[in-house]
Write a protein that binds this ligand. Structure first.
Ligand SMILES: [Zn+2]
Ligand SMILES: [Zn+2]
Length: 315
């Protein structure tokens, strides 16, 4: 790890110790550490991430970005690329706790309406025994005592811990949804468990709008739909060819939000210089971000900046 400076280490440390961070928080740490703003010097930012990822790859870790499907915001985190649930949840959680967690994410992933959540009641009623039958080898059909004795209060306590560690989240309505750590870290799991992808960004459509046509399973994230509408007038479903229902989203609203977002980023990023940056931004070629897109496979650098804060208000 000789090639990394203290600045690289500080960035890694911030993501590991504080968990996945919203883009805004990570940008502000980056600016604090390097003295440069990722909003203005994207190439500089991408270079740092590439250097970090080169070193992290030796220990099967990766600095990744993905969107929080509940509010559409981009988040950054360091993830463990060893595809083993036990190692992902580390030594912190017990075997029954991990089984409980898996039961919850399975229930969320299997929801055909793609609401991205289950009620607290349903979560607490997840049966750990079901996790055994699907996984145990034929030699071990018995339910371990630790599973049988896993009480309601232990489940409640585990839910709180998983929410605190960002494996799960509580939605505005008080339901249990996926935390940003799960969205970052369990990508391949969602792929393998056949959660239909969003037709725009190709990420698992865990919390997404589903095409209302009968028999059509196409999904689109609300924030992806908005982004699309800020650039064109309507959207046809690729599955059934029918016009995609826009719901509360209107063209004018989508455009306005895209603009608000640009302004917000700029004000936050450079203050008085924002005018100059806007000019720069409009000429920016999305392909120049290809390096970071490669390293941050789960998001698009160009799209990342179009996140709208206000999407959260519509949920
Ligand atoms: Zn999408
Ligand atoms: Zn359709």
């Amino acid at each position: 790890m000789v090639s990394l400076s203290w600045k690289h280490h500080t960035l890694i440390q911030a993501l590991i110790s504080r968990g996945p961070l919203k883009e805004r928080e990570f940008y502000s740490i980056f600016t604090g550490v390097t003295g440069r703003n990722p909003g203005t010097v994207k190439k500089h930012f991408d270079k740092y991430l590439l250097e970090i990822n080169k070193e992290l790859s030796y220990v099967h870790f990766e600095l990744k970005a993905c969107r929080d499907q509940y509010d559409g915001q981009v988040c950054y985190g360091v993830v463990n690329n060893v595809s083993d649930d036990q190692s992902k949840l580390g030594t912190k959680y017990s075997v029954p706790q991990i089984a409980f967690f898996k039961g919850i994410i399975e229930a969320i992933a299997q929801d055909e309406a793609a609401q991205g959540c289950i009620s607290g009641f349903d979560a607490l009623n997840i049966r750990l025994e079901n996790q055994i039958s699907s996984e145990a080898s034929s030699s071990q059909q018995q339910v371990p005592a630790a599973f049988k004795n896993f009480s309601m209060s232990q489940k409640e306590k585990t839910l709180d811990e998983l929410v605190r560690d960002k494996w799960l989240c509580r939605t505005r309505e008080g339901n249990i949804g996926l935390g940003i750590r799960s969205l970052l870290d369990l990508r391949s799991w969602f792929r393998n468990s056949a959660v239909p992808p969003c037709e725009v960004c190709n990420e698992a459509g865990v919390k997404a709008d589903v095409c209302p046509s009968e028999g059509c399973a196409v999904r689109i994230h609300k924030y992806c739909l908005k982004q699309l509408l800020s650039q064109r007038d309507d959207k046809r479903c690729s599955g059934c060819g029918k016009q995609w229902p826009l719901g509360k989203v209107t063209k004018a609203e989508a455009v306005e939000e895209a603009m608000n977002d640009e302004e917000e980023n700029e004000t936050q990023a450079t203050g008085p210089k924002s005018k100059r940056r806007r000019q720069h931004r409009s000429h920016e070629d999305p392909t120049e971000n290809s390096a970071s897109q490669a390293s941050l496979a789960s998001t698009s650098g160009a799209n990342a900046r179009r996140v709208t804060r206000s999407t959260a208000h519509l949920r």
